[in-house]
Design a protein around this ligand. Structure first.
Ligand code: 13P
Ligand code: SF4
Length: 303
């Protein structure tokens, strides 16, 4: 089937199923274009909670679709490719967090939204890259166990010198390997450009930035800045919305191959199949869901 035929089919099935299509900013351009809403993790979780659609098709990765199900348990949530995971989210288990809690009984546990439902269920509060600093600063505890992203944890720690942040070892393979040398090379080629960085990058990259923020915050900054050129240190899928939001402005990836293979698993064909066959349905244990919902609801109440 051609893309035009697939797009028609998706539009028709979407109406029949009373479905809404949510897509993350790292999704392929054609998926972003057919989605009802494109956003960062925080915005997508708010949309999932607020929607009255019967079916949510989540074009993203497992932890995002799971978050939608946690916040909207009465909806059917579909993930078009069931293998679209996140290696960072898979880097820590609930058991490891329970061990850390035994080691640091006074500490609050903050989990990045890039984590499993089981991890969220044993955490005190969740955060996304858009609100992580604010969430940690709001805590009264002096000790904070932050999981799983070591880079985001280090970034948060620079804003909370009075707190002890206990870090896990997780990282995003797309962001973690961007080097200062690569960024300096790109800056040399585009000396007038501002540097916009996602906090999953190593701290030394965030320290070089003109803005460090979530994917949506990066777009917002570029759209409102009088500057015409930007170097972007995050996954390349964001370039599509950057170009739509800022016609005429120039965007340069900070390093080559900034691609999340899992985010690219959604296709028009598997999106159409998801709607047609109502697959793959996100299933969660209700007990675990209720506990995980507490950490997400606490976050939403603060942001
Ligand atoms: P955002 O919350 O900024 O959209 O980032 C999600 C993510 O997975 C980054 O790798
Ligand atoms: Fe996970 Fe990194 Fe992909 Fe985000 S970009 S979903 S953190 S692997």
């Amino acid at each position: 089937m051609s893309n035009t035929e697939l797009i028609k089919k998706i539009e028709k099935l979407k109406k029949e199923r009373h479905a809404v299509i949510l897509a993350h900013l790292y999704q392929p351009a054609e998926i972003q274009d057919i989605a009802d809403f494109v956003g960062d993790s925080l915005e997508l979780s708010r949309m999932a909670k607020a929607t009255t659609a019967e079916v949510i098709v989540f074009c993203g990765v497992t932890f995002m679709a799971e978050t939608a199900k946690i916040l909207s348990p009465e909806r059917t949530v579909l993930l078009p490719d069931v293998t679209a995971g996140c290696p960072m989210a898979d880097s820590i288990t609930a058991q490891e967090i329970l061990r850390l809690k035994e080691q640091y009984p006074e500490a609050a546990v903050v989990c990045y939204v890039n984590s499993s439902i089981e991890v969220k269920a044993v955490s005190d509060i969740c955060c996304t890259s858009a609100n992580a600093v604010k969430i940690v600063q709001s805590l009264t505890e002096q000790q904070v166990i932050f999981v799983p992203d070591q880079n985001l944890g280090r970034y948060i720690a620079t804003f909370c010198p009075e707190k002890q942040i206990i870090l896990a070892k997780g990282f995003c393979p797309t962001h973690h390997f961007i080097t200062v040398q690569q960024v300096n090379e790109t800056k040399k080629q585009h000396p007038a450009a501002l540097l916009l960085v996602h906090p999953e990058c190593p701290l030394e990259i965030s320290r070089m930035s003109d803005l460090t923020g979530s994917t949506a915050q990066i777009i917002d900054f570029a759209a409102h800045s009088p500057t015409q050129e930007f170097i972007i240190a995050t996954e390349e899928g964001i370039l599509h919305q950057l170009q739509l939001a800022c016609p005429g402005k120039q965007f340069y990836p900070a390093a080559p191959r900034l691609i999340c293979a899992n985010m690219k698993k959604t296709t028009l064909a598997n999106l159409a199949a998801a709607l047609e066959e109502l697959k793959y349905v996100v299933q969660v244990d209700e007990n675990v869901r209720q506990k995980a919902a507490l950490s997400l609801e606490r976050m939403l109440a603060l942001s």
